[in-house]
Design a protein around this ligand. Sequence first.
Ligand code: CP
Length: 325
Amino acid sequence: MRSFIGRDILSLKEFERAEFERVFEVARELESIARKRRNSDLLKEKTLLTAFFQPSTRTRLATEAAMHRLGGHVLGFADPKMTRAGDFYQESMKDTVRMLEYYADVIAIRHFQQGAPAEAAKWSSVPVINCGDGWGEHPTQVLTDLYTIWRWTGAVPGLTNLDDLTWLCVGDMRMRTMHSLSYALTQFGAKVYYVSPPEMSLTEEFKKELEAYNPNYTEVSSVEDCVSEADVIYMEPVVQPDYTKSRDERSGDVGLTPKRYQISKELMQTKGKRNAIILHSLPRMDELPSNVDPTRHSYQWIEAFNGVVMRMALLALVIGDGILI
Ligand code: CP
């Protein structure tokens, strides 16, 4: 297995099964620090810089919270308009990163351009973590989601690990989470159903790339056609902003989610598996009504907690100077 020390976390495309397992084991090791709501001193001599060129609630704050839990230091920006990359100068990623790398030991980037974190990594001598790039990938979110299943399924009869589960992925398949997840699931023998509006389906280009990893998937037109088989339901909105923009304001009526892309309490009661797990990385619109939250299927708040734990694991692995090895 390749070492994580000093490594960029840009994509799950080249992640191997043993690497997933290593990350999950480290997350489990560090989980108690977050659960006790304590800060440790594991990374007390390290600094994280968050450079977010697109809005975020969870990813930026969970990454920063993770660094605090490990006793490290945090600086950064959440509004690119207040930097030279977002004003008159439109400073290039190269010039921006060649500055930022002197200010921290690891850089966590969210950007509206697909490939921007990879471009940053080209110029940075410190590790770069992709926190979501356009329609590209969102590796830290999907590692969080997979950890949630890996960690919690042990308690569910018949579901003991990530292998051979049936997944129902519903929403906009252009989403970066769907891309990272699709690559990851090929490592675990998953059967995947994709349900999306035709204009938001998996692109031919992406399917071609995925094909190299021998995936097992079927595209279907409604959640009703496959929900009864699903062990895990993975959701994204179909009513959502343009992820290739730095910021997309809501204007006027944005419409409602058609029933075929919605997971309702009634659908789970009538057709869902008894122990099915629903994951939603959030934010949500009406595709997952809040009356599903109190049911045993709902795992999005566990995902939220795990979001901190997973970023702790990644930071410790990447800049921990081998403290965990
Ligand atoms: N899931 C997720 O990426 O949320 P944020 O956009 O709030 O970071």
